[in-house]
Design a protein around this ligand. Structure first.
Ligand SMILES: [Mn+2]
Length: 411
């Protein structure tokens, strides 16, 4: 019995928006190449551990693309290896909420190779194995107790748990995130625990008498990640399983470099350091004959002037002489300015502070501000980065209601 374990494909991810088309292509390409390799391996089961899609609202052609790729995986596996592969999918946080998620897009009554495990249908069993699925929940511990625990009482056969969430003791869990614990899972008697959500691949780890795997994301999710991307093949044809890592090299070089001053420096000094970093990256692209994008993160302190005084005219020249250099972003938000300038630095205004004069209405401002940001994150148009009228209108109504309730106009 051979298994493929992947997660966090994030199909449709288009961030940063200014290079959205490149990003979309990178995620789709990684997924297609994963499908190619899985077909080549001839596996019996495929586990997609959440975040198959980037968001609930996405282009129909991407839904079609995923649908076609899964069909190709199933039909080519049958043709080449005579295997009727089963593909399991669970919901990640990017796929939406329970009852309303992207996995509805790929469900099809004729797609008997596709098994979506959710709250209504959290267990699959055939004569070789049993699969339990736990999608993403804000309180993963509670969801585990109510959805998975009841099925753990009688583990007769080889049992796989798929989940989309953190496991402390295996992942580096970010502060304030809910997680299961490694110990909690090792007491269950599960044979294989497959965890998505954590984007960095983790080596196979013994858990009780079984194994735990995290393949990480298929592509670089953002500039902070490293390009060590791919998925696992688990081979259970002998009693002692073996695990193989299948790397997927990102089609673009995506890199962040930090430019930092050790003391206060002039805008021109920052400028030449930034240019140096961009030139070096441009040379790397040529050497590797690979297109790429760069984020220059600028830290330290300006001795005079504003971040906008940093001379960056040379960027266009570097870009125009190297078509492989797709995009350069210079991020100066954390650059400190001389005190007198900081007073006028409007880039990082805290909404509630600016509205402190409104008393407890500042709290309303804070709430609305974060709601608008959430809606933008989830619903913003892929083309413009803005909200459509139907998403904007309820927010405007809410604002008007809150203003009216306060009766500011009465003086
Ligand atoms: Mn993810």
């Amino acid at each position: 019995m051979k298994l493929a374990v992947l997660a966090d494909a994030h199909i449709g991810r288009a961030i940063p928006l200014s290079i959205g088309e490149y990003r979309r292509r990178a995620f789709s390409s990684a997924f297609s190449r994963a499908v190619d390799s899985i077909i080549g391996e001839g596996v019996d089961y495929v586990f997609i551990c959440g975040d198959l899609f980037e968001r609930r609202t996405l282009r129909p052609d991407l839904v079609q693309f995923v649908h076609d790729e899964l069909y190709r995986l199933a039909s080519d596996s049958l043709e080449k290896h005579g295997k009727r592969v089963k593909i399991f999918v669970i919901r990640g946080n990017h796929d939406g909420r329970p009852q309303s998620d992207t996995l509805d897009y790929i469900k099809h009554p004729l797609a008997d190779y596709l098994i979506i495990l959710d709250e209504e249908n959290s267990v699959y069993a055939d004569d070789r194995l049993q699969v339990l699925g736990l999608g993403y929940y804000d309180e993963i511990g509670r969801a585990f107790e109510s959805i998975i625990k009841p099925s753990l009482r009688s583990l007769g056969r080889f049992t796989v748990l798929m989940l989309h969430g953190f496991v402390s003791g295996y992942h580096e869990v970010p502060p304030y995130s809910s997680s299961l614990t490694f110990n909690q899972l090792s007491e269950t008697g599960l044979n294989l625990v497959l965890a998505g959500h954590y984007h960095k691949r983790c080596p196979p780890k013994r858990i009780g008498n079984g194994w735990m795997l995290t393949p990480g994301s298929l592509e670089m999710y953002d500039f902070a990640e490293t390009p060590d991307k791919g998925f696992y093949i688990a081979d259970y044809s002998t009693s002692d399983p073996s695990f193989k890592w299948v790397p997927l090299e990102p089609i673009h070089l995506m890199k962040q470099v930090n430019v930092e001053s050790h003391g206060p420096e002039k805008p021109t000094q920052f400028g030449s350091r930034i240019m140096g970093a961009v030139k070096e990256f441009s040379e790397e692209l040529k050497r590797r004959s690979k297109p790429g994008y760069l984020r220059v993160y600028v830290k330290g302190m300006l001795s005079e002037g504003y971040p906008r005084d940093i001379p960056l005219e040379g960027l266009d020249e570097i870009k125009s002489e190297n078509p492989l250099l797709i995009w350069v972003d210079v991020d100066t938000l954390d650059l400190e300015c001389p005190p007198v300038v900081s007073l006028y630095d409007l880039e990082r205004v805290e909404a509630p502070e600016s509205f402190a004069a409104f008393g407890d209405f500042a709290e309303d401002v804070r709430e609305m501000h974060s709601r608008v940001r959430d809606v933008l994150e989830e619903e913003a148009s892929i083309q413009t980065g803005l909200l459509t009228q139907s998403h904007r209108a309820p927010l405007i109504n809410e604002w008007v209601k809150r203003f009216e309730a306060r009766g500011f106009w009465r003086g």
